[in-house]
Write a protein that binds this ligand. Structure first.
Ligand SMILES: [Zn+2]
Length: 207
């Protein structure tokens, strides 16, 4: 397994590689019986349905994560500085993952953070294990930022697709819920996250 020690070695490692997910996924995580099937948004939604977690229109990310208590602990953290949305940590002593959210931020924002950290776990497990702890300051990155942010964009995209699937957005629009505020409320996400997702879906005409 490659070592992603610092930003420059990571960028060198990335040059010419096609799939971040392939490079950074953690085979041990994927092979863990408990976390099996979580390598994609469709996989997560499928497992959630099987566990009778509410998926539509609002995906119960809190319920989903708490159904994995044996391997994932969620910490509502009051000690994070205001610029940190959340973090993911791997505990080498007991093989468990800790996902922290900044409890001073609003619930819709915390939900996106939880989905973003879950994405890091299932897509970038090896990278996180090697780092031990990964903190997230700014979520929802724009396209002009550098290559290192590819990991973060991938996690943002996963979180967006998990919490706001295009099929459900389209259902909502058809049923007359066609404003950013209305959709954000329906998915229990922030206005910023909703806007980001609508742009990604080519639905930027929705105001
Ligand atoms: Zn992140």
């Amino acid at each position: 397994m490659a070592v992603y020690g610092d930003r420059n070695s990571y960028i060198r490692m990335r040059q010419g590689r096609a799939s971040l997910t392939e490079e950074l996924a953690c085979p041990e995580v994927m092979n863990s019986e408990l976390l099996e099937g979580l390598g994609s948004v469709e996989g997560v939604r499928g497992v959630a349905k099987a566990r009778q977690i509410s998926c539509s229109p609002c995906f119960d990310i809190e319920g989903f994560l708490s159904s994995f208590k044996e391997v994932i602990e969620v910490v509502e953290d009051y000690n994070l500085s205001s610029d940190i949305s959340g973090y993911i940590e791997y505990s080498h002593s007991d093989g468990r993952w800790i996902i922290g959210v900044n409890n001073f931020q609003g619930k819709p924002r915390q939900r996106f953070t939880l989905a973003h950290e879950l994405a890091h776990l299932v897509l970038h497990g090896a990278y996180i294990k090697q780092k031990g702890r990964h903190e997230d300051k700014k979520l929802l990155r724009s396209d002009d930022e550098d290559m290192f942010d590819a990991v973060e964009k991938e996690a943002d995209s996963f979180a967006g697709r998990l919490l706001m699937p295009i099929s459900v957005i389209e259902e909502q629009i058809k049923s007359g819920n066609n404003t950013i505020a209305g959709l954000a409320e329906c998915f229990n996400v922030s206005i910023a996250a909703m806007k980001y997702r609508l742009n990604e879906c080519g639905l930027d005409w929705i105001k």
